[in-house]
Design a binder for this molecule. Sequence first.
Ligand SMILES: CC(=O)SCCNC(=O)CCNC(=O)[C@H](O)C(C)(C)COP(=O)(O)OP(=O)(O)OC[C@H]1O[C@@H](n2cnc3c(N)ncnc32)[C@H](O)[C@@H]1OP(=O)(O)O
Length: 425
Amino acid sequence: MTTDVRTVTEADFADWHRALRTGFLHEPVLTAEQLDARRRQFVEGRLLGAFDGGRCVATYRSFAQEVTAVGGAPVPANAVSNVTVTPTHRRRGLLTRMMNRDLAAAKERGDVVGTLIAAEYPIYGRYGFGPATWTTQWTVEVPRAGLDPRWSGPEDGGRIDLVDGEDVRKLGPELYERVRRAQPGAVSRDELYWQVHTGAVRFGTEWTEPFYAVYRSASGEVEGLVSYESDDNWHDKQPHDTADVNWLIAATPAAERALWRYLCSIDWITKVKSGWRGPDDLLPFFLPDPRAARVTEHADWLWVRILDVVRALEARTYEGTGSLVLEVVDGWGSPRASEAERGGGLAGGRFRLEASPEGASCAPAGGAAADLTLPVGELATVWLGDESLVRLAALGRVREEREGAARKADALFRTSGRPWCPDIF
Ligand SMILES: CC(=O)SCCNC(=O)CCNC(=O)[C@H](O)C(C)(C)COP(=O)(O)OP(=O)(O)OC[C@H]1O[C@@H](n2cnc3c(N)ncnc32)[C@H](O)[C@@H]1OP(=O)(O)O
């Protein structure tokens, strides 16, 4: 019997969710209320499923998103999520079929990139995605940090107040818009994001009501928000509580400093777990002893798939000045996929990039000699400025066609701040 890959209708929704939960090894059945909450994510045509004898055995969802390019421009993205194949149907090419179909549709629609957060590193490179941002978690040993225990609020005239979820739904969206426009790699959030992350809409995962704190500057401007939980951990008649940060967003270093300082000042808290931060986060250096902040996790985070090289390269800014001819190789190599299914050539070609701090142009380079040859996934890896072409050349992942081209390209592509995506989706 053939397995049919097709778009999912409202009638398939419960079955599709059962397959999704099964693929992620979660309890397979959702309550009617949880299903209703999830219906808000339903967009006709953007959910795919594979069906075997009428039963859903694979899931895939994409949705419209914007990702911030270097310099702050929002770039239209096809965000990919909810990818699962039921264990009984794995390694028969179902993901490949869904991915090919969706990326071709995204290209057709005019999306510039695809984005996703990869569950496992080896899955998505074959489809032309590359890891474009990284993330780090720290655990701060508060007693070792060297902080003054008498601290009772920001010294800069700002203030910190505790608020509830409803306040966060009011204050968060505007603050986040400011944050994401200044943060390459950050992605857009819709209203549902704020509802889910403040417990107003429950998708079926466990919910513990967190604490929320807001930082306002001396002039009363909302500049930072944090959501955190604590574990009520006492032993030997001593508190050993951990403040576990769900998320912290700050539009200014002052807000960031004040919120971390606040978390490290809470009585009973001996550890602060930072949650997923950008790898060059300032947190350790807010502490008199930065070694009190130990890196506990470090991993690739946002993966990008370039769908339109010209628009992707023109959307970002460049700190250096120069001209480069790039041979971008596209097409992936699943031996089981037919040529039509592979979708190779979605974005490949030879392009000339002329860049300077004043602006950039990119156009097909015709027969001009290439400076660098690189797979489309490696272009994604350098697009947000986080990887070095010299390193990629040393690894044999890009090829210099002209000596010194990788160093020259680094001078254009690399950025002073590292990209970061605060979200998981
Ligand atoms: C954005 C997100 O949603 S991330 C979440 C991803 N989902 C999960 O991790 C849930 C558990 N895993 C799964 O459901 C499945 O294993 C999937 C979705 C990752 C892969 O689905 P499949 O249908 O088995 O993939 P498919 O058969 O199309 O595989 C294509 C190729 O990728 C390879 N591949 C697929 N998954 C993996 C993996 N986890 N690790 C290494 N290689 C993989 C296959 O071996 C195959 O290679 P080949 O063509 O050279 O033989």
